[in-house]
Ligand binder design. Sequence first.
Ligand code: ATP
Ligand code: MG
Length: 650
Amino acid sequence: VRTHRPGLLDGLDPEQRAAAVAPRGPVCVLAGAGTGKTRTITHRIAHLVGAGHVAAGQVLAVTFTTRAAGEMRTRLRALGVEGAQALTFHAAARRQLRYFWPRVIGDRPWDLLEGKLRLVGQAANRAGLGTEPELLRDLASEIEWAKASLVSPEDYPAVAARAQRDSPAAPPQVAEVYRAYEKLKNSAQVLDFDDLLLHTTAILEEHGEVAREFRDRYRCFIVDEYQDVTPLQQRLLDAWLGGRDDLTVVGDANQTIYSFGGASPRPLLEFTRRFPEATVVRLERDYRSTPQVVELANKVIGAARNRPAGSRLRLLGQRPPGPEPRFAEFEDEPTEAAAVAARIRALLDSGVAASGIAILYRVNAQSEVYEQALTEAGVPYLVRGGERFFDRREIRQAMASLRTAAADPPPTELVTAVRSVLSRVGLTEQPPPGGTAKERWDALLSLVEVAEELAATVEGADLPRYVAELEQRAAAQHPPTVEGVTLASLHAAKGLEWDAVFLVGLAEGTVPILHADGDGEAIEEERRLFYVGVTRAKEHLWLSWSLSRHPGGKRHRRRSRFLYGLLPEHHPAARAPRGQPSRGAAKPRCRICGGPVLDTMEIKLGRCRRCPSNVDEELLDRLKEWRGTRAKELKVPPFVVFTDATLIAI
Ligand code: ATP
Ligand code: MG
């Protein structure tokens, strides 16, 4: 195989390599977490570019979160690829809109909407609905769902009924709010995030010459995390392709975590139906995590229900064994947070880098107690909300001041000038003690670090040059690094990895989230989210929960149902739930759902018959097919399969 860099493909296993060197045309990689999907596609890009099949500038790689896109760019740079675009769908659409809007619509594109809830509030008011923040948030996300699902206000009531949506108000009223919101937004000449995709799609679909120019420019499309594509994103992708088939997709249906927002793994699972000639690769070897973490991950996802065919992959750990995952139960949240902070301190002291550690939680509101505990323990951290570095308020203010100062640059070398400008937007000499103020300070300080870096590398670098550098980084969404422990929601952690991962707040009502209860599909999505969390850990995995929120509060929480069957038997928390009369020996319980087991067969299985076993279902299907066939004819050695308690022999 001709490739620009000898040895480029050495870092791939045979299956990964097959996907990386597949000829141009449709390629689909279906594989579990940590099996090297992202690695495979970055190598594929490097190979295609290196071997001259495509120019770097003709490659457009897209993914879903800013961090994942940043991660892809980092990996591409490390492979020596310059000029290939790796962006989120939204960033790609925003760029294209900026380029084509003046030609097609005239003037420059409208600004992005700020203060969405305010606008939704006005719309709700017009529709005669209340304006409680909770309701407005629900209405806003329902409108987002509708737009991502390509459902118009007119169609909303019928579709909502068909999809059995749990609408925040009567569907006709939601439709009215949706319609009013669109109207208000248009008359204010602003765009929301979904509009970026909608307008770009419409321009490409309706303006042949624009589409031709675009299709001349981009020839090779790659989508990471394809299991979370929405109908709107798929439509944009189709507009990009315009009937061509140079598309590589990679994904893991077990990591679909945005179906509440309209995403669906169906395009991934049905890829070969659409492109029968596609190269399909499955990966099973997990290179990210220790076998202990891999085993836990297999158990978590093995207990999932209704897994579609094609998603029943089992991960095979490749790394040497590491520490056992830790499970810990606490009285209240501050105690849990303090214990996490203490454990992180110990990891830092043992040489683990702060950037290799993450605390992951279900909802952003959980971060506060951890911020406090980390501050008290003197551990630097950064919170990864949805906010991007250059969209942060203090960074926007800083950029505005820096631009003004650059127009009339002071005579002072560069770092002093930057410090002096930044001191006006809140960069004090000494860091504030902690909390979000400290985080803002750290963000501003990282701007000083960029100045220091520039001053050290570019001779005579001045303020205008520095501002240009920042603008460039902002456009490339390549934020400066702020060193610290990452605090992030499980959703934001997708695709990323850390040496040590702390999954916290694993109590019923949080994981799974309260409003998922009673909804089978929603519970499964929560389970997948938990699976995403577990599979972020390379080495150290900590799982904790607390029984009450505040110290001295009533203990009314139970640990997450997803933990059943994961806790080692000797673990104190693995005993029967508290408050049960301890008459004689504890009654045997199902190790998956924790419910009672009823008869001797169930006791033998160690689970109730309502719960699935952890056996590889795909293998079982195959075994059923093969039953009765002689081993000789199967061309595989006769084998036996042990599940936890049953034995199937051929
Ligand atoms: P996710 O589903 O979480 O996005 P992924 O399938 O994209 O995971 P990667 O992030 O590409 O997995 O890879 C996981 C880790 O394993 C990375 O650190 C990567 O560098 C490493 N890795 C992948 N393939 C190999 C390999 N063949 N040899 C050594 N390390 C590998
Ligand atoms: Mg990945």
